[in-house]
Each structure stands twice: as structure tokens, then as C-alpha cells.
Ligand binder design. Sequence first.
Ligand code: ADP
Length: 565
Amino acid sequence: MTDITAALSALKRYFGYDSFRAGQAGIVEALLAGHDVLGVMPTGAGKSVCYQIPAALLPGVTVVISPLISLMRDQVDALNDIGLPAAFVNTTQSPDEQSMVFQQAAAGQVKLLYVAPERLETPRFRSFAANTTIGLIAVDEAHCVSQWGQDFRSSYLGIGEFIASLPQRPPVGAFTATATERVRHDIVNILGLNNPAITVTGFDRPNLYFDVIKLETKRKASWVAHYIADHPNESGIVYCATRKETEALAATLNQTVPQLRAAAGVGPADSDPAVGDDAGAAGEAVIAVAYHGGMAPDARQNAQRDFVTDRVPVVVATNAFGMGIDKSNVRYVIHHNMPESIEAYYQEAGRAGRDGEASRCTLLWNDSDIVTRRRLLDNDYENERLSPEEQDIVRQSKRRLLDGMVGYCRTTDCLHRYMTSYFGEITASDGAAGAGKCGACANCEHTFATIDVTDVARAISRCVHDVNQRVGSGKIVKILRGSKAQDLSWLNPEQMPTFGMLSGVNEARIRDVLNQMAVDGYLYIAEGRLPIVMFGRRAGETAAPDFHYEIKRVEREPSAKSRNV
Ligand code: ADP
């Protein structure tokens, strides 16, 4: 039997699947042939199978290195259920329990052994590894090795040394959903992968319709309520930035959606037939439940259960919602705020349409989301063990991730193409200079008007010069509009040549151009509690006599109702 035939038969025997998904077969084959592999696939694409099948077929034990102790038990239980003997060793166990697992693994009774990276440094594990046949090492969430990714873990830095210390080096499979060039480079180098087969796949999700809508904060809740009211019998997730927001928005939706439906002649009984009696007050349809990490475990489980079993159509959640939740018929994911990175957005939005049916991912954003995110960059250190230099690297990398997200919000190009090219995947539609409409994103449907904003851009640039790159965008706008606000007096703005230069241009337009200039490299907004507008690498161009600057803005939006999603 060839490797791939054996792999297919194991796939059928253990998992019940008839065929491999894109990318899986190549990875499995390479690992079985003893090669290292880097597999880059989005969450849900099926990375686990890529090492679980080789684990079933290779001699010895497969060591799976995973950062999430909380998920190990579920993963291991699921494998044992399908007949693949698996176990974990982690800090939730007593020393006796741990010894037992090591003995079983050494005796060949365990095919997959899950451990956190910290475990690799312990003498007990080292001696186990030196005396046991390890058929394969699988590194899950491999991007944690890179300071350029979003979840850097210093404990991942020791994995390469551990692998090198083994008396017989097994093939190594590294897996991640984060695929930027730098992160990929770090994974290969820091883990010490040996000429790995790199597979990047599955990022394009043609059944997802992507839409980005710039909306003032105070109009967002109403937009969400209308969308939900117009889509009865559909299941959806609304992501918010804070716990408080999830509760407030869920309450608003429960009040306004039934009113909107009643006004449109859609009764609550028709709209949510699946809502059970215990989902809310008798006879009242509960539209939305909140979900966040601060809720009591019971309340959280109830909210999750009500959503997953279709008792309640909508969950309004923080990013705590999603890990390990498998619901295939989510028809829409709405982001009420801009996430911190394309990686985070893609993962959350990607929870729509797992069943392959047409589904919609809408991102609502505005310029204040960007300000909030930039502020957070300055004080958001989950890992306090980092040295100041490391913190700086992490801050810079988070900034770059945020820039990618802002770019997505502001691009007028195809949103599918933006996403796949961000993840480094070449798709069929990338040919012919990427021309052609994808048919599944708002940007390909919109008509854009080109607006000449050369004078506005030039004035902004001069104003940044006038204030010596010392203030934030709010003050720049005020000065350009000739504001007499008290908080400007220390700057003596009346003396500046740019004071009042744009008094005839509205504030939103100036902000819009300023932020676009930051995306295009003319300006640089330094993060911090009070973000400051500085010159970007292309700042000099704005002073050139032939400088010309245009922005494209939506001229006519197709109405939400007229779309087929
Ligand atoms: P990831 O680790 O990439 O997030 P998983 O390995 O958890 O994804 O797989 C996601 C889902 O897809 C699981 O339910 C898994 O059983 C399923 N799956 C994986 N491979 C296949 C396949 N070849 N055919 C059908 N379903 C698959």
C-alpha cells in the first residue's frame, strides 16, 4: 500500500471522511516520507488531521506541542473516542498522573501526546523523549514562536533546541493560521525546520460575501438591528470590542428588532419559530444573547447552548466567543468594531458559512475605532515578562498588524483579494493583474467616485509641519478649520500659516483624508495614549509642485435588501 492509500484508508477508518481537503494530502504525504512541513491554513480548514493521520500510521508516539492547556482534554477525548489513543501531560495533573501517562506512552499505548511548550524544558520530559521512539513532532499554533505574530510566547523559543536535542530527529510539522511572510520565516528558522514543504491553502472562502461599512458609532446599533430584522430565521454572530458593549447591544436588539419586524408586518412567532420557552419570558422571542469572558460559567454555557441549538438566533459576543464552537449554519458575522488584525478578523468572520452556504461578513468601522486601537497598542501587554526591548518589538508588530486591518477598511479593491494576498495565497482570480470582479464583496459591487483632495492633503501636511509633529489628528483638524478652542491656546495657532486654511471643508472629510494619508505613507500616526500625527516616509512628496492626491469613496451603495445574501 502506498503512503497516500494508507492515509486515505486511515482518514476513512478514524474520521469517516472519504477524501482529503485542499492541502491535507500533500502535507500528510510529506510527513510520512520523513520531510518537515509548514502548513498554513485558516482555522477550521483541517490542520489537525494533517498530523493526526501520520500519527496513526508512523511508529512511536507523536508529540503535539500546543499552547492551549484548556483545549487539550477535549482534543484528547475526541481522539480516544474515534479509536486513536491519545493523552496529555500538563499542570492540571498530579505528579502521579503525569508519571502514569509517561509510562503508557513509553509502552507504546499512546499515539498522540499533547504537551505545552514549557513541558519540553523539564528533566522528566527530556528523559522520556530521549528514551522513547518519537515518530513525529507537531507544533500547533506555530506562529507563537514569532514576535511578529499576534500571540508571541517566549516558551515557544525553546522548541527548536528541544528538537535538536533528540537522539533521532523525527519529521516536524508546524501549523498555523497566520501566514505573513515574516512569521513564516520565523517559524522555519526558530523551529529549525529542515527544508520544509510549505503549504499555504484554503484562505479564500468564496461562499462568504465581504462588506466594509464606515458608520458613525451612534448609528451602528441601528444598522445591526435593521440587518437582523431583515434576516429572520438566520443565525448570526455580532462581535463587539468590550463586555459592556455586548450586553448593551443585546438588550437594544431584543427591544428594537421585534418592533422593526412588527412595523414591517413580520410577527415574532413567524420570525423565530425555534425559540424555546426557557429562552426568555414566556411568549417573547429572544433575539440576542450576550456572551463574554466575564459572565458566570453557567450563564456563558446557556448562552452558547441557546445559540448553537438555534433557540436564539443571534449571539452578541466579545472575541472570547468562538474557540471550539462548531456551528455550521451561521449566516452572518457582523463586526460592530474594527478588530486588531486581519488574522483576528478572518478567524472571527470565518465562523460564518462553515456549511458552504452563502453567508455574509460585515465590518462596521469608523475613524475613532482606529484611534482606540492605537491607544491600546501602548498599554496592551499580556505578557509582562517581556523586557522593554521585547515589548517594543511586540508593539511594532502589533502596529503593523493594525495597519493591515486599517488597510482592509479603507481599500477600494476586491476584499477577497486583499485577504488572500495578505495571507500570501495565490488564487486563480489573481491572474491578469487581478482584474475582474469577484461577485462576493461589496467593493466589487460599489461604484466609486474619485475625489481630488490634493489641496486638503497639502494643507494637512503643512499643518503637521506648523505644529512640529507634536499633536494628534483632532488638533490638526481644529487648527485647519480655524477653531478658537481653549485646548489649542498653548500652540498659538492663530500665528500659523495653516490656521483656518480649510475652514470651508467639513471635519469628517479632513479626518478621512488624514487617515488615508497615513495608510498611503504620507503621514505616520505614532501610537500611544495620545496618538501623534507625524510625517511618513513619503511626506516629502506632498510639497512637490506636481503632487496630486485622490481618494475613492462609495458613490452608490447597493441596499442590503437588494443583495442576494
Ligand atoms: P483546524 O485545526 O485547522 O482549525 P480542524 O482540524 O479542527 O481545523 O478541522 C475542522 C473541521 O473539519 C473538523 O470538524 C474536522 O473533523 C473537519 N475535517 C478535517 N479534515 C476533513 C476532511 N478531509 N473532510 C471533511 N472534514 C474534515
